[in-house]
Write a protein that binds this ligand. Structure first.
Ligand code: AMP
Length: 490
């Protein structure tokens, strides 16, 4: 997250981040393998990519805006990133601005040597920490929350780097899965609640870390296990692995939205198949909100597994009533609603011959602003569907995420503004239903949500944030102070 405004960077550009990270130690051409791993994580970040490598003497960096295949477009590039240790990062933000200085991994020369850091997540007290550091004389190079960790490591009073790192993390609130490199080791860690994912694998003698298991599959690495919430795994060039639990073993709160939308369906998240969970959410929806219809139609690609589950549970045939063009980027990242609307049209087209005269159940994973649902329902009607029912494979998204999933400010979330009936009218559907929060928890294998001790972070649905949101609280307090005289005059 950038630190000048929740949605604007210093240049006034929109900058909301979602990320994927990958690292490997103990293999020739580590940077090329990292590019391959990042390619498998491209869905987590499509705007910028960076790789840092280390060859036993020096660190080397290459970063650029664009997809992995564009920035690392030929084999010669890897000659400039030599070494047996490398880590990389893909970032997803909205449009605008060069943003080059925020591309990760970030790198700094500390007193103890080089230090690189790749971060997936979002630090919810980064602004607070940054202000304190700046007051003490720190000079920041980027507007990224991640840079705060570098400064905290640099200024810690502990002599050993690992202790300095833990010392820094103790001050940090929010979500972080990190892959760091120093001349002597790679360190991977997850925040104490394990909000964002991180897994560990083995490729011959090399150890690999990645945001999702799909990156292990693609690079040929064997899945060992997930990095546990609050765990810090240290790997030295000779392959020695040391695990630390500096934060004890608090109850984990992994992000349930990884299951709903964010992770690839062929990944294993929190030791469960994302695909199987999504299908089961669809089955739960069919049980909770059945409807008489002729066809179950997924909104591609995000609604496909849930639609299969809905179809299998209800006995209504699954059909591809919407065909997706694979040559259009994600519509969600278009800056204005107008752009997003035409983006949806370019991306999806009705399979008219199939849907004409049919009662359709449309399935998508979520409604955020409502742009996609509105367009798709209309598209089905224009193609001659006699009824259009919408079923959503998550509860209403009523709250913003402060932990690294891109959601707009609350005022733009349809479900924060309207109840389900008003949303139904807004998207012009014949009926609209969302899976219940307990239905979602059943799909991940629980009996339901444990309201006293929720098993996941579901803040986007429940509004219950599992960590303090210091920056938000301070920002709101400041806004309240600033608006006081105005209110008084008014
Ligand atoms: P909207 O059109 O604004 O209602 O957004 C809903 C669509 O965006 C759904 O089809 C989702 O698959 C997709 N979506 C939901 N959350 C996100 C996210 N955080 N980033 C990108 N796409 C998303």
């Amino acid at each position: 997250m950038n630190l000048t405004h929740p949605f604007l960077d210093a240049d006034g550009d929109k900058l909301r981040e979602e990320c994927g990270i990958f690292g490997v130690i103990g293999i020739q051409e580590a940077a090329a393998l990292t590019a391959l791993g990042l390619h498998a994580l491209q869905h987590r970040g499509q705007e910028a990519v960076g790789i840092v490598s280390y060859d036993g003497h020096e660190f080397y960096t290459r970063k650029g805006l664009g997809h992995v295949a564009q920035v690392f477009s030929n084999q010669q590039i890897f000659a400039e990133l030599p070494g047996t240790m490398a880590s990389g990062h893909v970032r997803y933000s909205t449009t605008g601005g060069s943003g080059m200085r925020n591309i990760q991994p970030l790198f700094a020369d500390l007193a103890a040597g080089g230090f690189s850091i790749a971060h997936n997540g979002n630090i919810s007290n980064a602004m607070h920490l940054r202000n304190e550091l700046v007051r003490k004389g720190a000079i920041f190079q980027s507007t990224s929350d991640t840079e705060v960790i570098i400064h905290l490591v640099a200024t810690s009073r502990f002599p050993k780097l690992l202790d300095r790192f833990v010392d820094a993390l103790r001050l940090v609130e929010g979500a972080y899965s990190l892959i760091c490199m120093t001349p002597k080791r790679m360190v991977a860690c997850r925040d104490p609640l394990g909000i964002r994912p991180l897994v560990m694998g083995r490729l011959g003698d090399a150890i690999v870390f990645a945001s999702e298991t799909v990156a292990l599959d693609v690079t040929g690495a064997e899945f060992i296990r997930q990095v546990e919430p609050g765990e810090l795994v240290e790997v030295t060039p000779d392959g020695t692995i040391t695990c630390h639990r500096p934060f004890g073993e608090p109850a984990a709160r992994p992000c349930i939205f990884e299951h709903v939308y964010f992770s690839r369906p062929d990944s294993i998240f929190d030791n469960k198949s994302v695909y199987a969970v999504r299908k089961e959410i669809g089955a739960q929806l069919a049980i909770e909100s059945p409807v008489e219809a002729d066809l179950v139609v997924p909104v591609p690609d995000s609604g496909v597994p849930a639609a299969l589950g809905f179809a299998q549970q209800s006995g209504i045939p699954f059909e591809l009533g919407i065909i997706r063009s694979h040559y259009v980027g994600r519509t969600f990242i278009q800056p204005s609603d107008g752009d997003r609307t035409s983006g949806v049209k370019r991306k999806h087209n009705a399979n008219r011959a199939l849907v004409e005269g049919k009662r359709i159940v449309l399935i998508d994973d979520s409604i955020v602003r409502g742009t996609t649902s509105l367009q798709i329902v209309q598209m089905m009607r224009e193609a001659g569907a006699s009824e259009v029912h919408m079923r959503i494979a998550s509860p209403p998204t009523q709250h913003s995420c402060f932990y690294g999933v891109d959601t707009p400010e609350r005022s733009k979330l349809l479900a924060a503004q309207m109840d389900v009936e008003a949303m139904r009218q807004f998207i012009h559907a014949d009926s609209l239903a969302f899976v219940s929060i307990d239905g979602l928890y059943r799909a991940v294998g629980a009996e339901g949500r444990n309201n006293a001790r929720p098993q996941y972070c579901d803040a986007c649905f429940s509004g219950e944030y599992p960590t303090p949101l210091t920056d938000l609280v301070e920002r709101e307090a400041k806004a309240a102070q600033l608006s006081f005289p105005v209110n008084k005059v008014a």
